[in-house]
Design a protein around this ligand. Structure first.
Ligand code: PEP
Ligand code: MN
Length: 380
């Protein structure tokens, strides 16, 4: 069975106690711990191939890029010390999000094992360039110093990890929030030039999976490790387990899942975090993924189709709400509900459109008639 990488932990580091509590709980999860030891210890081949170790990485955001200026923006550099404690006392590698060069340098100085670039930063190629520049340590005396020292003396370690000493074991890059696969790939290339192992993290856009973006990435870069982040993809803890199962079936290489000791009290992303116990149950209920690999493409295409159906129905629902508003306006202005010329106009334009697309005129007419009939009912 394929070994997964698990990047798990709270959205944000909030207190030393919260970090240590959740890291200890995660460390106790059999599946995760088992995999850690097994994959790290025995599976050199997988590790070498991916360039990243399987098993568990503990995540926590220290610097949080947020939508509103009035929300929690992260605990800042003091949180790095808490992550160091997780690494030193519990032996679990840690990862944090970076948005600029200064944060890269602070994380390197604290010997944080992994960093990742978030979805907002990933939409800005200049920021990704800046981060990549800081990773190679061009301007960073301290990291460069360590680099040389470790590189010079410890060839063996360097060869094994596949990374330059003194910096990180690997770097993750989330998809940009704006559903742009070309930019995601461009950012991956920017990071690959640092020489670090790179993993792509698929977190969707505005709570839509955007499966097609990940499907295209997988087709273009089949050997690049691809991680699914069901927490940010859904924004809803009730959906995390089902998305995890889908991710297993689609052949994802790992998962980033937000875990908090008391999710409802979390200072950020309270709706999507799950408890360590729920994480254990989620991972435990792993689906049978022994379907023939030739079926994987079909599963991807179905996931993409289901997403389009969700979008179509959400749009029809929205259209009916607008229809209702139009009905209310007509009533208050004494205008007739049905205006045949308006509908003839809409239909004519749609039939012209159909000629240039993949839908027959007959289907367009049937679908438009059904939508119009329902609209009229909404207005009456
Ligand atoms: C996060 O992982 O906590 C985060 C902020 O994610 P994203 O960049 O995907 O929004
Ligand atoms: Mn989050």
């Amino acid at each position: 069975m394929k070994e997964h990488i698990y990047i798990v932990g709270p959205c944000a580091a909030e207190s030393e106690e919260q970090i240590m509590t959740v890291a200890r709980e995660i460390g106790k999860i059999e599946e995760v711990r088992g995999k850690n030891e097994e994959v790290r210890g025995k599976n050199e081949e997988v590790r070498g191939k991916n360039g990243v170790p399987g098993g568990t990485i503990f995540r926590a955001g220290i610097w949080k890029p947020r939508t509103s200026p009035d929300t929690f923006h992260g605990i800042g550099e003091q949180g790095l010390r808490w992550l160091q404690r997780v690494q030193d006392e519990l032996g679990i590698d840690t990862a944090t999000e970076v948005s600029n060069a200064e944060q890269v340098r602070a994380a390197a100085k604290a010997h944080i094992a992994y960093i990742w670039i978030g979805a907002r930063t990933s939409a800005n190629p200049m920021a990704v360039e800046e981060i990549a520049g800081a990773v190679v340590g061009g301007k960073n005396e301290e990291v460069r110093g360590k680099n040389e020292e470790v590189r010079g003396k410890n060839e063996e370690v360097r060869g094994k990890n596949g990374v330059p000493g003194g910096t990180f074991k690997g770097i993750g890059i989330k998809n940009p929030v704006n559903n742009d696969v070309a930019l995601w790939i461009g950012n991956i290339e920017r990071l690959e030039r640092t020489g670090l192992p790179v993993v792509a993290i698929h977190r969707g856009c505005n709570h839509h999976p955007c499966w097609e973006m990940a499907y295209q990435l997988r087709q273009q870069r089949p050997t690049l490790p691809l991680i699914l982040d069901p927490s940010h993809m859904s924004g809803n803890r009730q959906l995390v387990a089902a998305l995890y199962q889908t991710g297993c079936q689609l052949g994802y290489d790992g998962f980033m899942i937000e875990v908090h000791p008391h999710p409802e009290q979390a200072l950020s992303d309270a709706k999507q975090q799950i408890t360590p116990e729920e994480l254990a149950n989620t991972i435990h209920e792993r689906p049978n993924t022994k379907h023939e690999t030739r079926n994987t493409d079909l599963l991807w295409l179905r996931a993409m189709m289901d997403e389009q159906d969700d979008a179509i129905w959400a749009m029809i629902d929205k259209r009916m709400q607008i229809s209702k508003q139009i009905g209310d306006w007509k009533k208050s202005h004494g205008v007739d509900i049905v205006q045949p010329t308006r509908y003839q106009d809409i239909l004519r334009r749609r039939l012209e459109w159909a000629q240039a697309h993949h839908i027959s005129a007959e289907a367009v007419q049937q679908i438009m008639d059904a939508i119009h009939t329902e609209s009229v009912k909404k207005q009456s």
